[in-house]
Write a protein that binds this ligand. Sequence first.
Ligand code: AMP
Length: 194
Amino acid sequence: MNILVLGPQGSGKGTQAGRIKATYGIPHIATGDMLREMRDVPDELGRELKEVMDRGDLVSDELMIELIRSRLSRGDTVAGFILDGFPRTMPQAEALDELLRELDRDLDIVFDFQVPDRDVLLQRMLHRAAEESRSDDTPEAIQRRLELYERETAPLVEYYRTHQANVVGIHADRTVEEVFGEIGRSLQSVEARA
Ligand code: AMP
């Protein structure tokens, strides 16, 4: 099962992706986690990543596409994967289409995590920042990430709809259990169709 999760920071998609991984035994490919590991290496790339990520900006499409190309080429993704945090821009979405074509694979489902109230997201992120005191979670960076999500990433939902992907909207402003229940039902109906 090849799954894509789209949604702003704070929408809970990472938590849900972890649950899907545990239930279905497919890898959770979270670009934010991959980049944080690379950022913490004391070299030139690590320093550049730190600057970009601390500002809440996006890492270059070129680097991201290379990263995903090599990750999706690994054998553990053959039975399926959960892509979380990529694509975030239109060029990334187009590159993913091409890569999946090359690998002769398709996205089975795209979850669109929706939290209509921007303030709810902001509060969640600020709360997490205070609890975990992460250097990349300053209020300015959080604002910037939300802005970039709305400008660069939210339009991808429409892109997937017009490319006939199976897009499922998720009301993410509920408990983890409720959201996972809905996700499980969608995945079961995908499996039933396969
Ligand atoms: P995340 O944990 O998914 O919120 O990602 C943390 C940070 O990593 C983001 O704020 C970006 O700076 C960077 N990042 C993660 N995925 C991407 C991507 N697909 N394109 C560009 N930057 C990304």
